[in-house]
Write a protein that binds this ligand. Structure first.
Ligand code: ZN
Length: 152
């Protein structure tokens, strides 16, 4: 099986069996994301312990790329600190915008695990927004923290 088919399998698996879909008992941070170009919707709920994301729920509806990306992201960031997540986000963005070769061990996606499956989307520029939507929504959820902290 070529990398391309392998990546398609990973995306379909996460689309059909999305991870971390269950509602959380309590939520520290929440954000809703919307990609009107494709009609994708993604909501992010988080619980935090200090700087660490302890629980995450991703819900929404839309194309297979947006929903699989949310599922993949939820697995990648659970248990990570906000700084570690920012680093992942940076690598993910670099992967989605660079012309890297899969054979290059220094390519941005090399340390991203299953998230690298989304690099295949680069061939379809209009779909990059679908793949990026969960990450953009996560940014809003995390950065909205300051306001929440002062009002809580
Ligand atoms: Zn989409």
């Amino acid at each position: 099986m070529g990398l391309d088919s392998l990546y398609k399998e990973v995306i379909l698996d996460h689309y059909r069996n999305p991870r971390n879909r269950a509602e959380l008992g309590s939520v520290d941070r929440h954000a809703d994301g919307n990609n009107p170009l494709c009609g994708d919707k993604v909501s992010v709920d988080l619980t935090l312990d200090g700087d660490t994301v302890t629980e995450i729920a991703i819900t929404g509806q839309g194309c297979s790329i947006s929903q699989a990306s949310g599922s993949l992201m939820s697995e990648a960031i659970k248990g990570k600190t906000i700084d570690e997540i920012a680093r992942l986000r940076e690598l993910f963005t670099t992967m989605m915008t660079s012309e890297d070769q899969f054979v290059d061990p220094d390519r941005p996606g090399a340390t991203l695990g299953e998230l690298e499956a989304l690099s295949g989307v680069k061939a379809f520029p209009v779909r990059i927004k679908c793949a990026s939507l969960p990450w953009a929504t996560l940014d809003v959820a995390i950065s909205g923290a300051a306001d929440r902290v002062t009002t809580d």
